[in-house]
Design a protein around this ligand. Sequence first.
Ligand code: MC0
Ligand code: CO
Length: 139
Amino acid sequence: MRIGRLNHIGIATPDIEATRDTYAALYGADAATPVKDFPKLGVKVCFVSIENTELELLQPLGPDSPVNKFLEKNPKGGQHHMCFEVDDIIAARDAMRERGATVLGTGVPYIGAHGVPVIFVHPKDTHGVLVELMAKPEH
Ligand SMILES: C[C@@H](C(=O)O)C(=O)SCCNC(=O)CCNC(=O)[C@H](O)C(C)(C)COP(=O)(O)OP(=O)(O)OC[C@H]1O[C@@H](n2cnc3c(N)ncnc32)[C@H](O)[C@@H]1OP(=O)(O)O
Ligand SMILES: [Co+2]
């Protein structure tokens, strides 16, 4: 199993509209999607397209959001995860486990904000960086 291209960088924020405006004002990154709620994922999401990847802005949605604790520790927000594409999400999950990494949750891939299955690898296994792997979407 080899990782594919960087699909997006996740950025947690307490105020998604303000963060989108900041990226537009400072970096001209103005190709932003409308903010959309993903109740099953516990986040509000806005994608900001840049030259070779996307920024995925994340604001917690609800008390069980996986982003809540992160924002408690980083109240102004910050870089939360990076996401790489893989050819086969089940093969990627099994390879991660065989290689000794901790796949978060049950390990059953679930549908992420791009409509394709995703898994997450624990930051303790990647030197403090939370990594998301996603099935390669149609480009
Ligand atoms: C929209 C969708 C998509 O793209 O389709 C998404 O991305 S949704 C993106 C949001 N969804 C997710 O993140 C789902 C997967 N995440 C999780 O299951 C969780 O957030 C964990 C990563 C396991 C963290 O668990 P929890 O929130 O309970 O925090 P915790 O404080 O106990 O964290 C355990 C240890 O991991 C560290 N830690 C926590 N979150 C981290 C992060 N984002 N980056 C780097 N390190 C992180 C903590 O500092 C702590 O380190 P020490 O032990 O050294 O103190
Ligand atoms: Co993501």
